[in-house]
Write a protein of this length. Structure first.
Length: 201
């Protein structure tokens, strides 16, 4: 690894398992791109992830962004064609429009769809933080022209009213396949029929 001032500049080895050192605070643009990894472990204390940081790793199946990360730039998983799960936390203060996009699929006649991981998992600590993050995702158009993914909101402490308010907000993503999962009972899924909520507006 090439490291400078607590910044990971580049991983040059071709290891299946990459563990980023615990004192790293920033990952430079393309620092972990095309390194043939199957697993990547990021440390708590990491604050910034640059553009295309993990791009072109088609064997990578899962990526968890630590709760300490505040800034995530664009195209971090571009070309990670087999990525199934991406996990983020509600501490992120800035996020790019293209953060979740793996690739653009051209459909012809000027039309295309954005391919994203099957499961986008947001671990939240409070209603206020989750609400702010969803506002950022909506405002940046992070899910525009995307389909065939499931949004999972994982945490505890939300009231039924707060969940319903969040449901109505997620409608603005033009998205209907999402669930709440309670930390205290990870096997129990709290699902909402969003189409009924739309009719009640």
């Amino acid at each position: 690894m090439i490291i400078k001032d607590k910044r990971l500049m580049r991983v040059v080895s071709k290891n299946k398992k990459v563990i980023v050192p615990s004192d790293i605070e920033e990952i430079h643009s393309r620092a972990l791109s095309n390194c043939d990894m199957e697993e990547c472990f990021l440390p708590e204390g990491l604050k910034y992830i640059g553009c295309e940081a993990f791009s072109d790793n088609d064997k990578l199946l899962k990526l968890e962004i630590p709760s300490s990360v505040e800034h995530v730039r664009g195209d971090i998983i571009d070309g990670c064609d087999n990525l199934v799960d991406i996990i983020i936390y509600d501490n992120i203060s800035s996020i790019s429009k293209n953060t979740f996009i793996i690739k653009h699929k051209y459909l012809g006649k000027g039309k295309y769809v954005n391919i994203v991981p099957s499961n986008i998992i947001i671990r939240y600590s409070s209603y206020e933080k989750l609400d702010k993050l969803l506002n950022k995702l909506i405002g940046r158009g992070c899910f525009n022209k995307s389909s065939n993914y499931k949004l999972r909101l994982v945490g505890s402490g939300l009231s039924k009213k707060e969940k319903l308010l969040l449901c109505r907000k997620i409608i603005r993503l033009n998205y209907y396949d999402f669930i709440f999962i309670d930390n205290k009972d990870m096997d129990r899924e709290y699902s909402f029929n969003i189409r009924k909520l739309v009719r009640k507006k």
